[in-house]
Design a protein around this ligand. Structure first.
Ligand SMILES: *Cc1c(COP(=O)(O)O)cnc(C)c1O
Length: 377
């Protein structure tokens, strides 16, 4: 807690006016990276920092991970890769998961990015650029082992590799695939994808292989191959829904109380009068809303202050929510008080659960309106 308190008191700039505060614990991200790397011992542990490190700020997250020894990063888009190369400088490998959009291959090569080649089109375009530049270009080959999203159909890739000059101009760094159901360990899909991927891999036995993201790491060593690619777990999202989360909490979110009122039982609250007070209540209007990425669909959620639960009343507005603060001792809350919304006791998965989505979506939507603080503790 100390970090935010200290910053708010010290800042005379934007923080002094800010109404909501996001803290990102870079030390926790590094500890999560180390835990995942240990869990996948024997395999290299890459870090997925697409979508601005899941909304937490790739410019802060990626250097912290690089300093902790991470040498392989993934983004989704060439544009993200260009930005990340400027952040990290030369050295770390940066893979582009979606591959290059037609026409962006040159930018990809110029910034030393390694595109994932997902189909014959991307494959041919990257080879054509290698011919034009008269040098071998690094590449990652993706196989669709059973998700029907990105990657070659295995038979199509096998046929392509039958040509003697198939890999001319390319230096294949990795063959990869992605699991569709890694968060449901008991289903049959994981074993099926593992078997499809392992069979294809026989075609390229000398090329390192990668199958698992965050959840796949927890399916066991068979799923680790030579590299794992966690994203969400680095940021504290539970890799195995319904089981204990072994990862450290990364995100803290607090917002200020703007207004307090006392109302009788039976008072309708907020848009659509969706909630009605069940008792004589004290209500606090708090400065966070769906424009900040706090999901409008949230229901059955609570903030807290000094250990007291503050149930969310009615709909989330664009710039505010209303919390029931009846149980807070009078004098212990007032305009400007900070209410905790996310932290170690209640993480992004809890907010996701209360709003019908997943921790990934909550994270990537957390808005730009917060005052952000990064800690290294
Ligand atoms: C997003 C992504 C990852 C990281 O997934 P997490 O579930 O966040 O760990 C890894 N590989 C691919 C292909 C992805 O698209």
């Amino acid at each position: 807690m100390g970090i935010v308190d200290r910053d708010i008191r010290q800042e005379t700039g934007p923080a002094a006016h800010a109404a909501a505060f996001l803290t990102v614990d870079l030390g926790a991200i590094v500890q999560n990276y180390r835990l995942l790397a240990r869990k996948a011992q024997g395999a290299a542990c890459a870090a997925v920092v697409k979508a601005d490190a899941y909304g937490l700020g790739a410019d802060r997250v990626a250097p912290a991970l690089a300093a902790a020894g991470c040498r392989h990063f993934f983004v989704a888009l060439v544009g993200e890769g260009v930005a990340l190369r400027a952040i990290l400088g030369p050295g770390p490998v940066i893979g582009v998961l979606n591959g290059a959009t037609p026409g962006s291959e040159e930018a990809c090569a110029a910034h030393d990015l390694v595109p994932v080649l997902n189909d014959a089109c991307q494959f041919a375009a990257w080879k054509a650029l290698a011919r034009r530049l008269e040098r071998r270009l690094p590449a990652i080959l993706q196989i669709d082992s059973g998700m029907a999203r990105f990657g070659f159909d295995p038979a199509e890739a096998a046929a392509l590799l039958d040509a003697p000059d198939a890999l001319d101009g390319l230096s294949l760094r990795l063959v990869m695939s992605h699991l569709a159901c890694a968060d449901t360990p008991d289903g049959p899909a994981n074993a099926a994808q593992l078997s499809t991927f392992s069979a294809f891999r026989q075609r390229l036995p000398m090329v390192p292989a990668s199958l698992s993201a965050s959840s796949g790491i927890f399916l066991g060593p068979d799923y680790h191959f030579d590299m794992v690619r966690p994203g969400a777990a680095l940021y504290g999202v539970a890799p195995q829904p319904g089981r204990d989360n072994p990862l450290r909490s990364v995100v803290g979110l607090r917002a200020r109380v703007m207004q307090l009122r006392s109302v009788p039982a039976g008072t309708p609250v907020g848009y659509g009068h969706r909630a009605v007070t069940a008792r004589d209540s004290r209500l606090a209007t708090v400065a966070i809303g769906y424009a900040d990425g706090f999901p409008r669909a949230t229901d059955g959620f609570a903030g807290w202050i000094a250990g007291t639960r503050l149930p969310l009343m009615g709909r989330v507005s664009m710039d505010s929510i209303v919390l029931d603060v009846t149980d807070v001792a009078p004098g212990a809350i007032g305009p400007g008080s900070l209410v905790d919304l996310l932290g170690p006791e209640q993480g992004v998965d809890a907010l996701a659960e209360a709003s019908g989505t997943i921790g990934y979506e909550v994270l990537t939507r957390l808005g730009r309106r917060f005052h952000r603080t990064y800690s290294h503790a």
